[in-house]
Design a protein around this ligand. Sequence first.
Ligand code: MN
Length: 311
Amino acid sequence: MKELLFKKIKEYDTIILHRHSRPDLDALGSQRGLALVLRNAYPNKKIYMVGDMSARYAFLGSMDEISDEVYQNAFVIITDVAVSHMVSDNRYKLAKDVFIIDHHKNASDITENIICNPSKIAVCELITELLLEEGYTIPKDAATALFGGIVTDSGRFQYGETSGNTLRVAGKLLDLGADKEFIYKNIYTETLAERQMKNWFGTQFKTTKEGVAYLKNGKEVFEKFNVDFFNISRGMVGVMAGILEIPIWCNFTLDMENDVIIGEFRSRELSIVDIAKKYGGGGHDLACGATLHSWEEVDLVIEDFNQLLRG
Ligand SMILES: [Mn+2]
């Protein structure tokens, strides 16, 4: 597959890079890192990056605006996602050829041209290795983008698949000039409104006697804070993290658009993914979630976490 990828890269004059929507830094870093490496290697090719942007990661740089015609004889590379409904900008379907580089466990419904390695904590780790093995030069700004993806997807080198190799690859990127101060400065800075919102949620969560902390966010929180669903659902679960007495914490947020309640579940040590699966959800052992249909069902989930901690 690797040979096929680089053969296609060499073959096409236009290469368009896609990644998942609502991008995190691994999605943006892999897209940008790869784009900058290819632009450097092939100054005569047209290399574009497309997709929605998140204000959070706008510091990395903007996307390109391209017309549909550009896709006509183009090669698309999609990073950090393999399933069609999560790809940002579905015009990838207009391309002549598509290739995916990913590290998630999902099977692809887009193409069989895929390099996917779930043992990598970040797709940026995988892409860095592929590029170095193939002898490409990684310019400084590409190294910074790739480094950013590794740092964030690994939770600053903490999570599951973080390996010696992860650190060696990140080390190589630093050797190549990756600007770690730039990345850390940006990921550890938030707006005053964001900080104040977090502080408010930090005073709102409840705890059970077993040690489950939870937030139940209904319509009223969206009236109080003018933010979108993900800023609360994903964004606020962390306010309950890192508390000695709380081994499990969860954030339940009403998704008004779809009239469901999204539960985000987190645990420090004990695997909770089976409880997420019991409610039709899934994810990782210590970080998972499920879609729930009533606040009564939410209480059942909390009770299951209580039970797990009692047992
Ligand atoms: Mn990723």
